[in-house]
Design a protein around this ligand. Structure first.
Ligand code: ZN
Length: 491
């Protein structure tokens, strides 16, 4: 999520680097033992890892207690850029570090071997991560690794870890389901159903591999994240589908698992405004959501004057500002003279006040999206007021202008909250699911299939793929005669 890094230089040799060297040496010793017997005995010189200088930095994330570590090497042949989270919990840190060390070690050894055989093509290693806070109080960390070590294609893989900041507990998939075998069987069935239903996997599933990789074993589902109202299960490239499918991401609505999930993970409100799966026996209070939403998206036809009105859409971007993605989105919007609305997290505005200022300066509307991306329906009034007013204040302080609209995280709100909030509540009717597919080309497809005059389109200015796909969306909507307005300007 927070992808900016300080350019602060640290001493060339430090603990992390030494441990990397140690790991490399161990791996190289292993390699030299496992190479063919006719290979020449490697000299001590050859066993030295490539001398790669790197920059390291640490900064706080928008999430309390979570630090972001960055390691960047601009080495010509083996460059890499790595970002990973660290917390106060040792087991969590160790698990993350182990993954990073494995990825980096494998990459550097492969590149060293490429160099030895005379390859001139530079490699690439990018590891980034995102944090998804869940209403249960836990965080899902999703690490995304892109590796290129020569040949035709790069390789993308995911790794996930879950952690409850309050208890310090690392959460595994079976914890979500009370370690019940019958629940595992249901999970396996639902994942298979969703693989079959997924349009992006059409004709790409490798049937035997898929059945093996989804058979009811907890370890088959260990790479998961709780994102909004969905259990997202990650698979590696070629694990369940052919190369054309990339690394598949399968989303199972939590509502479909309501009987299997244990208490803190059971969905409380149907949070996704698009898929309003009827959920039985929930705490009530979610009724307003529907009304409010339809008001929000109502198409107003000017029947009295009979004037042909220009078609309008309101583009909205949530969860920013982001130092990498938001500026790209601003540039694309400017190109189409499009105005949009940015629902910002106070905690991120605190980190990137100047980017929040740039958004306002470019003529866009500022919205409040709470401080911590909390599900407000679970909170007491004073806590809600704190979330909202703190965010109002930081936005006004940073940009000189207070936000004019409010969007509750997860689209979740109730009557009681409406009495507390002073700002108009804005939901959406077109959900691009950009956070899920992370695919620039899918952004347009999801807009095309559901946009109409008066639509409010939900996107996130924290995903690079959204910035990359935005231009095609703007070009398409322009060609269809739409103009781009802020949510407050929407008739
Ligand atoms: Zn959000």
């Amino acid at each position: 999520m927070n992808k900016s890094r300080n350019k602060q230089r640290k001493p060339w040799i430090d603990a992390a680097f030494i441990s990397m060297i140690a790991l490399l040496s161990i791996s190289l010793i292993f390699l030299s033992h496992s190479t063919k017997s006719n290979a020449k005995q490697t000299t001590t010189d050859n066993r030295k890892p490539p001398e790669i200088s790197k920059e390291e930095s640490t900064k706080e994330s928008a999430f309390p207690g979570i630090l972001i570590k960055s390691e960047v090497s601009n080495d010509e042949y083996s460059p890499y850029s790595i970002q990973y989270p660290q917390s106060k919990v040792e087991s969590f840190n160790a698990q993350i570090k182990k993954y990073i060390d494995e990825q980096l070690g494998t990459y550097l050894i492969a590149m060293q071997e490429n160099k030895r055989v005379g390859s001139k093509t530079p490699g690439e290693l990018n590891i980034s991560f995102e944090i998804f806070p869940h209403t249960s109080g836990s965080y899902s960390f999703v690490m995304i690794t892109g590796t290129y070590i020569g040949g035709a294609n790069g390789y993308t893989s995911f790794n996930t870890i879950h952690y409850h900041p309050a208890s310090g507990e690392v959460i595994e998939i079976d914890d979500l389901f009370g370690h019940e075998e019958s629940n595992l069987i249901k999970l396996s069935t639902l994942v298979r159903d969703n693989i079959k239903k997924d349009p992006s996997l059409k004709d790409k599933v490798l049937e035997d591999e898929m059945l093996l990789a989804t058979e009811p074993k907890w370890s088959n589902f260990e790479k998961f994240a709780l994102i909004e109202d969905t259990l997202v299960v990650y698979f590696d490239e070629y694990e369940i589908a052919n190369g054309a499918a990339g690394a598949p991401i399968i989303a199972v609505p939590l509502a479909e698992l309501i009987e299997q999930l244990v208490a803190p993970y059971k969905p409380k409100v149907p949070v996704d405004s698009l898929h309003k799966t009827p959920v039985e026996a929930v705490s009530g209070d979610e009724d307003v959501e529907e009304d409010e939403e339809s008001n929000e998206t109502e198409v107003q036809v000017d029947e009295q004057t009979g004037n042909t009105k220009k078609k309008q859409v309101a583009l909205t971007f949530d969860d920013g500002p982001d130092p990498k993605v938001t500026p790209k989105i601003l540039a694309t919007l400017a190109k189409y003279d499009a105005k949009a609305t940015f629902f910002m997290l106070g905690s991120r505005v605190e980190f990137y006040p100047e980017i929040a200022g740039d958004v306002l300066e470019a003529g866009h509307e500022l919205g409040n999206h709470t401080w911590t991306h909390a599900n407000l329906t679970n909170m007491a009034s004073d806590a809600i007021i704190e979330e909202v007013s703190r965010t109002n204040n930081i936005i006004e302080q940073s940009t000189g202008s207070a936000p004019t609209v409010f969007r509750p995280p997860y689209g979740a709100f109730n009557n009681d909250m409406l009495n507390i909030l002073s700002l108009p509540v804005v939901l959406w009717d077109v959900d691009t699911l950009d956070w899920k597919h992370r695919d620039a080309t899918q952004l347009l497809a999801s807009v095309k299939s559901s946009v109409h005059d008066g639509s409010t389109i939900l996107m996130h200015d924290i995903h690079l793929s959204t910035a990359q796909g935005l231009e095609s969306v703007l070009a398409y909507l322009t060609s269809e005669g739409y103009t781009f307005v802020t949510v407050s300007e929407l008739d």
